[in-house]
Design a protein around this ligand. Sequence first.
Ligand SMILES: Nc1ncnc2c1ncn2[C@@H]1O[C@H](COP(=O)(O)OP(=O)(O)O)[C@@H](O)[C@H]1O
Ligand SMILES: [Mg+2]
Length: 212
Amino acid sequence: MRHIMVLNAKGGCGKSTLATNIAAWYATEGATVALADYDPQRSSLDWLERRPEGRPEIHAVAAFEDGLKHAPRNADVLIIDAPARSHGPELTNLVKHAETIIVPVLPSTIDMQATSRFLEELKSVGKVERKKAKIATVANRVRDNTLIWDDLDEYLTKTRVPYVAALREAQNYVRAYTRGLGIFELPEYLAWPDWDEWEPLTSWLKSKRSQP
Ligand SMILES: Nc1ncnc2c1ncn2[C@@H]1O[C@H](COP(=O)(O)OP(=O)(O)O)[C@@H](O)[C@H]1O
Ligand SMILES: [Mg+2]
């Protein structure tokens, strides 16, 4: 089973948005998918409860209650939504559960600063240092033609962590969350720009580059 975690100590950067959409993407690809939520805010599990019948099933794991004990053994992939403010020993423990880690970052000075510190801490976790967990960044809620987006793009290009995708700010994410769907499950005429932006992220997930 693959374990893919969406992680950043900064709140509100899109961890649950990415976790739910990655889970939905794998499910539409025909994989057996479980989605574990370590955040007591339980946004990922709330999303799963909204998921309509007839869509490819995703198994819920209430990890904030009892860890991954109840993760289905037959799952091909386990997507893990991590809580904000994960530092120190808690961060080291979380990282134990994943071989692939995605760090979303918003175009905001506060978020870039917080993420800089977080990435330094994450890179110093033994498992990441030994390359037993592969990390990548994703720019999220990007708006074209803004100076802060240029700053974020430049910043993420310079960090020595693979920078794999930039996702625009779009109502589609809000719409999809509300309906318990991923953006891949919205109509093409609405969501094709987002599908295009996700392509490098899903390619990275499919490739050896995201696996130790
Ligand atoms: N690309 C996006 N476009 C529009 N809204 C977004 C996008 N990514 C996240 N959001 C919104 O931003 C808020 C925070 O996202 P969320 O995924 O809950 O972050 P986190 O789990 O890191 O706290 C939510 O209201 C979510 O709907
Ligand atoms: Mg969240």
